[in-house]
Structure formats: C-alpha cells, structure tokens
Design a protein around this ligand. Structure first.
Ligand code: 16G
Ligand code: MG
Length: 551
C-alpha cells in the first residue's frame, strides 16, 4: 500500500519529525502525556494514525491536544472515536506502537496496520478534527498533528482552542450529520443553554436556591469558554469567574482547578472567601468539575464527583418515575466512590450501582448497558448516557394520549434535560448546568445538597515500588491478586475498623501504587491507609522510606 503518494510521510518523519526520545511511552488511560518538548514526533504520528482510523471507520475522528490537570510544561494527546467516545482499546496498542517505532520502521508499521484492518480506501480524504487547550506548547504541537494528517492526504480541520468535551461533541455532531447538534462552538453553547433556560423558565431562583455560582477556571480553557457561555445564558445563571488568566500566565492548574481541590481537599487560590457560597472548579481541559463551599468557620466542604452522581441519579430517578415509562437506570462508579455515597444511592434511592475499574472508558462502556446510565468518577469526571431506544421511547410517549398530563410534562422535561447533557464524555460546563438545573428544581442551596448523606473520611496514599506491575487486581480493582498474601493482610487490617474499606492498585498515569482507605473516623482512616501502605511497601518491593504509621 505504500506507494509514491505516501512518500511525504517518510520524508516528513525523517526530516521534520524525527523520533527524539529513546524510551518508550504508552497510550494510557488518557492518551499520551509527558513533557511537551518530547511530543512533536508523537503528535505527527498521531496525525497519521487518526487518518488511518478515520479511513477504517469511514468516519470523522478527533485529535485533542491537552494534558488536562498536569502542570504547564507537560502536554498530551488523545484520539476521539466516531461517536465522540474515547479511542477503542484495541487501537490504543497501535497508538503505542506508532509512537515508539524507529523512524525507519514507521512505514512498515503503517503498512502492517493497513493490512491488518484491510483498509482499501487509502485515497479517501477523511476529516480529522483537531482541538487544543491553552498551553503555550499547544499551537505548535497542533501543527505537528496537522502535518501528520496532511502527509497521509487527510483533511485536517483545526477547531483552535476548545475544551476536550467540546471536541468530543464536534466529532459526534459531524458523524451524525448534525442530528446531535451543530458542530460549532456556537452550536454547542446554543444547544446546552437553550435547554437550560427552557427548563429553568422565568424564575431564576427557587426556595433556598440562588442562581449564582463562583467559578474557578483553573487559568485554562474552561475560563476562556465560560465567557461565551455566560453570554448565551442571558442572566439565567450568574457565573462569577476567577482564575481566568489564559495563555502564558504560567499558572494553569497551579493551586487551583478541580484536581487541586479534590486531591488536596482545599479551597483554591484566587477565589473570594464567602461563607456558604456555592463554588466550583474545573480542570485544565474542562472535562471535570467539583463543587465546594466554606462554612461560617471557614471549614472547607467538598462536593465531589460522587455527590454530583448521587444528585443526578436521584433526580433522574424521580423524573423517570413521574413519566410512567419503564426505563432501567443505573449508576456506574469506581472503587474510589465514597462508601456512604454507594450506600445512599442503593439503600435510599434504590438505584442499582455498578463498580468498574478506574478510567473513563470503563465507566462509559458500562453506562451504555443501561437505558439511562449515569457515571462519575470521584474526581469529578462523568456524564449521563441515554440509549437510542430510550430516546425513541420518550419521543413516542410524548405523542401518546394514554399518558396523563403530568406524565407528559415529565417526559417533556426529561427530553429537554437530555440536551443540557454532553453525552459523549464528562463535560465540566454541561455538568455545571445540570447540577444547577437540579438544585434549582429542588430549591436547594449547597448545604441542603450536602445534607443528603455524610461522607466517610477517606485517605489516598501512594507508595513507590520497584515495579508497579507486580500488583495485579480483580473485581474492579477491589481485590488484589498479586503479590500473594497482600489481600489477606489488607483484609485483616480492614477488619479492625468500623466501616473500614481499603484497596490498592497500580496507577495508570504515574509510576506508583495507589492506596485508598476509608473508615468511620478521620484518625482510623489515616491509620488504616498507612498500615495498608506499609504492607504494600513490604510485600510489593517498596523503595525509599517506608510509610510511617500515625499513632
Ligand atoms: C486518567 C483518567 C481518569 C482516571 C485517572 C486515574 C481518562 C480520560 N482519564 O486521568 O479517568 O481517574 O487517569 O489515574 O480516562 P491513575 O491511574 O494514576 O490513578
Ligand atoms: Mg481533564
């Protein structure tokens, strides 16, 4: 298949994008992520791969340049599949292979892929949508992707600076020929805000709910884009924005943003201190959101992805019941979900919960098995997916006179609500509009929301080991299979504590083992986490200083 017309690929690779790094990198849970200076040839090769993927799928493919919540010297890239979802797992291995082959083996690798998938339409001018976040390194890395696309005669369409979920949305719009929405930024704001304003009606406040939120843009694309969102919202929601320095400020994600707030459990820098005011933070590419507030004593209260998940699932459950249509709804979480949230949602709200391994693709995949699948990671990444059958059922029912007026109102509401949601992937902007819609409907302020259940104290720790691959897990990462004996030790430790739970797993993004623990008190939780960490250190080849057990 390598004919003369593809000579440019290899010339480019040799002259302009030579492989500059010897060590291999891996297409992980969120694509490639490393120092921006090491990514040029990787970007070029992802441009090539995107064209091949698009020809194989006979569809538009996306390439997003971002390193999400990582600090500014880093950057990264991930591919977006035709329905706007993450790249299919079997192609992750190809991405890894493409990134790591020597320059003089690139041609062979391309041919190998073409052969394996029997790609015969190598002349199709497939469209590749390219998006990037606000990092100073992003524009020139985007150029490398574009060169890769052009080298294989694909058609790059550069969307400029967009959020990750916006790019996912554009890909889906393009592939559904506009049925999902207009594939433009304006189309995106219009779809979301029209639905939002429609549900909210003319009463912007309700009960304890006030329509103002303090918003931390993490000095990234989430700040840049909210300006447009605000215009489209026409005062129905007042977004007071902070941390909105855009390019070149060097402060992206620094002491602010969703990852900082969630992992440090702290109020971010740059926001005004106002007791009981509803605040939210997004991450560097705006695909995660967490809420929080400071109480009268300046105590920090976090409303993370679990809280959002329970709020959303609970509300949808209510509406679904009002419609009188039989729809099965489920919530998908990971082992990191706070035990109290799982208990609340299963016992109180009676919504079934599924647990899957960490990583958006696993959650998304499982959510697809329900009529309405809600998924959220504790870190604030999540969305809701409605099956096509569900959408059809709602459409039919809306026209069916045998439903009562009340039922039809609920059906209509649910249909509009679907348009507030970006179903392709977790989307901070869309999730914010969804949370605000539900709080408004319930007439809740942030403390009413928090009162649903009380989180169990929890602790995250990390341990460095010689080779993190010695840790193997099963049962959605809740059970550790190797090294032998470790799980038994964890069980013994956990059994000493009331409401104790702990698990360990190798990180997919860093060279470490992660430990999670929860128990009924803060002191017990810290102790349990450290004890488990020490066992990992002892049995899994820990390096450096052994974890200390607090007394
Ligand atoms: C990536 C994942 C995120 C996951 C995190 C876990 C995507 C888009 N992102 O950021 O879902 O929570 O990795 O990191 O899948 P870890 O494996 O280092 O704990
Ligand atoms: Mg992100």
């Amino acid at each position: 298949m390598a004919n003369n017309s593809y000579r440019t690929v290899y010339a480019f690779a040799r002259e302009m994008y030579p492989k500059t790094v010897k060590t291999d990198i891996q297409y992980g849970t969120a694509g490639f992520r490393t120092r921006a200076v090491d990514l040029e040839y990787v970007m070029y090769r992802m441009g090539l791969l995107a064209v091949l993927r698009a020809r194989y799928k006979k569809a538009v493919i996306g390439v997003m340049i971002t390193a999400s919540h990582n600090p500014e010297p880093d950057n990264g890239v991930k591919l977006v599949d035709p329905h706007g979802e993450m790249l299919e797992q079997s192609w992750e291995a190809w991405a890894t292979k493409f990134a790591n082959v020597a320059d003089n083996k690139l041609e062979d690798t391309i041919n190998e892929l073409i052969k394996e998938y029997n790609i015969t339409n190598m002349n199709d001018r497939v469209e590749i949508l390219v998006g990037k976040d606000t990092r100073p390194s992003s524009p020139h890395l985007a150029k490398s992707v574009v060169d890769g696309v052009l080298a294989l005669s694909g058609k790059p369409i550069d969307f400029g600076i967009v959020t990750t979920p916006q790019l996912h949305y554009f890909v889906k719009c393009r592939n559904t020929r506009g049925a999902y929405g207009l594939p433009t930024e304006d189309g995106y704001y219009k779809k979301l805000t029209t639905a939002f304003k429609n549900i909210r009606g003319s009463n912007f406040t309700n009960g304890n709910y006030t329509n103002r939120v303090i918003y931390d843009g993490a000095n990234g694309v989430g700040a840049k884009k909210v300006k447009f969102l605000k215009e489209a919202l026409q005062g129905s929601l007042i977004i007071d924005m902070y941390n909105d320095e855009i390019i070149g400020s060097g402060k992206l994600n620094y002491l602010c943003g969703a990852d900082f707030v969630k992992s440090q459990q702290k109020f971010p820098t740059g926001l005004p201190v106002e007791s009981n005011a509803r605040c939210c933070s997004v991450d560097g590419d705006a695909d995660r959101i967490v809420y929080y507030y400071l109480d009268e004593n300046n105590k920090f209260h976090l409303m993370d992805g679990d809280r959002i998940a329970t709020l959303v699932a609970g509300y949808l459950q209510e509406i679904v019941q009002q419609t009188g249509i039989d729809l099965n709804m489920g919530l998908v979480q990971t082992a990191y979900a706070n035990g109290a949230s799982t208990e609340y949602i299963t016992e109180k709200l009676k919504v079934p919960v599924a647990c899957v391994p960490t990583g958006v693709k696993h959650l998304h995949h499982k959510a697809l098995t329900f009529d309405i699948g809600v998924y959220f990671e504790a870190n604030g990444h999540g969305t809701v997916i409605f099956s096509q059958e569900t959408k059809n059922k709602l459409k039919e029912a809306a026209k069916n006179n045998s439903y009562s007026e009340e039922q039809r109102k609920a059906i209509e509401k649910l249909q509009i609500l679907i348009d507030v949601i970006n179903e392709t992937v977790g989307d901070a902007i869309s999730d914010m509009l969804l949370v605000e819609t539900i709080l408004h409907a319930k007439g809740w302020n942030v403390t009413d929301w928090e009162a649903c259940y009380t989180d169990l104290p929890n602790r995250l720790m990390k341990v460095t080991v010689k080779d993190r691959r010695v840790i193997k897990t099963k049962d959605a990462e809740r059970i550790c299979v190797t090294p032998e004996g470790l799980q038994k030790e964890i069980n013994t430790l956990v059994s000493k504590y009331s409401k104790g739970r702990a698990f360990v797993r190798p990180s997919g993004t860093e060279d470490i083992v992660r430990i999670y623990a929860e128990a009924s008190t803060r002191k017990e939780t810290d102790k349990l986490a450290a004890e488990v960490a020490l066992k990992v250190f002892e049995l899994a080849g820990g390096t450096g200083n052994a974890p200390e057990i607090p007394q």
